[in-house]
Design a binder for this molecule. Structure first.
Ligand code: GLP
Length: 242
């Protein structure tokens, strides 16, 4: 595991964007695993700058997002599909047909959605680079503590703590989903290269448990210690307990 600590979150975003752009210069048809949440927003802004400067093109890129809320359509502002269009896809030359999410409008269909998502990832020969954030409780994607470390894409009920932390993103009157489809920990571990980014003091404990703690389902991100090619980009605050 390569851990790089930067002075601030802007430098984290710049390095993350450069790593993604470097991959695309070697492999223009790369398959990217993408993440939502507030952490990667700055990385996406840096990628948009690189696209505008002609440094990178996404026209042959395919993407797979880690997760999506159950029951939210793509035009719902809280859906991760909407988030990705607003933060990245609308500003680059990616073909939306090449972007993928584990969309499950009806929870009853979760198994079929999960199997299908795994099948499309396999048909693309897997993910070249998976971008990851980390939850305050050490979750990756929506693999909450106690998730099987070998899990595949599936339906997960969100923990109360995750619902509380994410409630800041919902306005009064908006229904906050309590279930999501998420790539499993095993699915994430199949990626060739994993790029975990974390910023802010609020993530310091999760970062310490993930990097220096015992490998345990109580901190799902700790399984990354078993992956042969992981890069962790941190700002000083998220690295403060290392
Ligand atoms: C969310 C997402 C994760 C994300 C995490 C942290 O619940 N499912 O993919 O990494 O929580 O989010 P943030 O970057 O906003 O702290």
């Amino acid at each position: 595991m390569e851990v790089i600590i930067f002075e601030n979150e802007s430098l984290v975003a710049k390095r993350a964007a450069s790593m993604l752009a470097d991959l695309l210069s070697i492999k223009p048809s790369a398959v990217l695993g993408l993440a939502t949440g507030s952490t990667p927003i700055k990385t996406y802004q840096e990628l948009i700058k690189k696209f505008n400067n002609g440094e990178v093109s996404f026209k042959d890129v395919s993407t797979f997002n880690l997760d999506e809320y159950v029951g939210l359509k793509s035009d719902n502002k809280q859906s991760y599909q909407y988030f990705m269009r607003e933060q990245l896809f609308d500003f680059i030359d990616i073909q939306l047909d090449n972007t993928h999410f584990p969309i499950c409008l009806n929870a009853k269909e979760n198994q079929q959605v999960a199997e299908n998502y795994e099948a499309i990832i396999n048909a693309k020969m897997g993910i070249d680079l998976q971008l990851l954030g980390i939850g305050h409780n050490g979750h990756i994607g929506f693999n909450e503590p106690s998730s099987s470390l070998a899990s595949r894409t599936r339906l997960k009920t969100l923990t109360r703590s995750t619902i509380e932390v994410n409630s800041r993103l919902f306005e009064a009157g908006e229904t906050q989903p309590t279930m999501a489809m998420t790539m499993g920990i095993g699915t994430i571990m199949d990626a060739n290269h994993i790029l975990l980014i974390a910023t802010g003091e609020g993530k310091a404990e999760a970062v310490r448990n993930a990097i220096e703690g015992a490998i345990s389902a109580s901190c799902p991100a700790s399984i990354l210690q078993m992956h042969p090619h992981v890069t962790v980009l941190l700002d000083k605050n998220s690295a403060s307990l290392l």
